[in-house]
Design a binder for this molecule. Structure first.
Ligand SMILES: Nc1ncnc2c1ncn2[C@@H]1O[C@H](COP(=O)(O)OP(=O)(O)OP(=O)(O)O)[C@@H](O)[C@H]1O
Length: 298
């Protein structure tokens, strides 16, 4: 049976703080759901709740219909989790560290050896040999974090900002790996970079201020910004004015002036041309409250 993870009316309030997660309901089945949101939106809090690391203040987490807050073991057995602040033992090598984690997760020594060498190969870490993790770059450590999340071949994979620190080539490798994994698993990926999920997510959720603003298939989310994305080439002083009135999603200096891409319900300057929204435009439109019927795709 394919696993199903459900968050029902989940709220998280840290002591003395605002609601980090507020009234979020999400049903997660097979496929890759990309959770987008600005810094402080509540993504990591929601991911920790889904991974049973943090208990919600109220609301339910159901795994295959069973309460995973009171009885988290069934979910934990099927779960791979990469936290945002993943730490390592700096004196261990990657194989030593992963072997240790595999033992903690109850994987037999032989199976662990085979799985670890497979993962080190896939994540391009095999060449690091016995180097201690303390000497790894940030991107290499992130890949060790991804490897540990995949040690048990999990049915539910929760990865928080997995591409942080990865170079463009590694980002592509990771995107493809997660997309492959999502064919028969639940994969939840949080990021604030739309291009990380644009081509691979079967579902997009956008959060801000603890609330789930939108959830839907990528084409439905793109539709929210339809007719509101424009491109124009403008002189520098016009750019200044546009910046005060519009969300600018891209700008490039060209010999003819500034080429800008921006959001607006009507043409922001006379010669602006409407363009098809990409996910970043839609994300900005939703977060800045200008998306048509935001919430429609829920
Ligand atoms: N352990 C904690 N104690 C108190 N407040 C917290 C704690 N963790 C998060 N918060 C607060 O909850 C809110 C949501 O934070 P969270 O880390 O979940 O957001 P995020 O979307 O993951 O942000 P980022 O992209 O910056 O990681 C923020 O206001 C944050 O300061």
């Amino acid at each position: 049976m394919q696993p199903v993870l459900e968050l029902v009316d989940v709220m998280k309030q840290y002591r003395g703080g605002p609601r980090a997660v507020d009234a979020v309901t999400l049903r997660l089945g097979n496929g890759l759901i990309g959770l987008l949101g600005p810094n402080g939106a509540g993504k990591s809090s929601l991911m920790r709740i889904a991974a049973t690391v943090t208990r919600p203040t109220s609301g339910q987490v159901l795994f295959d219909g069973a309460d995973a807050v009171r009885r988290p073991d069934a979910l934990r057995r099927r779960l791979g989790y990469l936290p945002q602040d993943f730490g390592v033992y700096p004196h261990l090598s990657a194989p030593e560290f992963l072997s240790y984690l595999a033992a903690v997760k109850g994987v037999g020594a032989r199976a662990a050896r085979a799985r670890i060498s497979e993962l080190l190969e896939i994540l391009d870490l095999a060449g690091a040999g016995k180097r201690p993790l303390g000497a790894y770059s940030g991107g290499m450590l992130r890949r060790v974090g991804i490897a540990q999340a995949l040690l048990t071949d999990p049915g539910v994979l929760v990865v928080d900002e997995p591409s942080a620190g990865l170079d463009p080539e590694q980002r592509v490798v990771l995107r493809n790996l997660l997309s492959d994994l999502a064919t028969d698993r639940v994969v939840v990926l949080s990021t604030h970079i739309a291009s990380d999920i644009e081509s691979v997510a079967s579902d997009i959720a956008i959060m801000a201020g603890g609330r789930l603003l939108v959830r839907g298939a990528p084409h439905d989310v793109l539709r929210l910004a339809q007719g509101q994305v424009w491109e124009a080439t403008v002189p520098a002083d016009t750019l200044q004015v546009l910046r005060e009135r519009h969300v600018i999603s891209k700008q490039v200096r060209t010999p003819a002036g500034m080429r800008v891409r921006l959001l607006g319900t009507s043409a922001p300057v006379a010669d602006a041309v409407p363009v098809a929204p990409d996910l970043e435009d839609a994300y900005l439109a939703v977060v800045h409250g200008s998306a048509a019927n935001a919430g429609v795709a829920r």
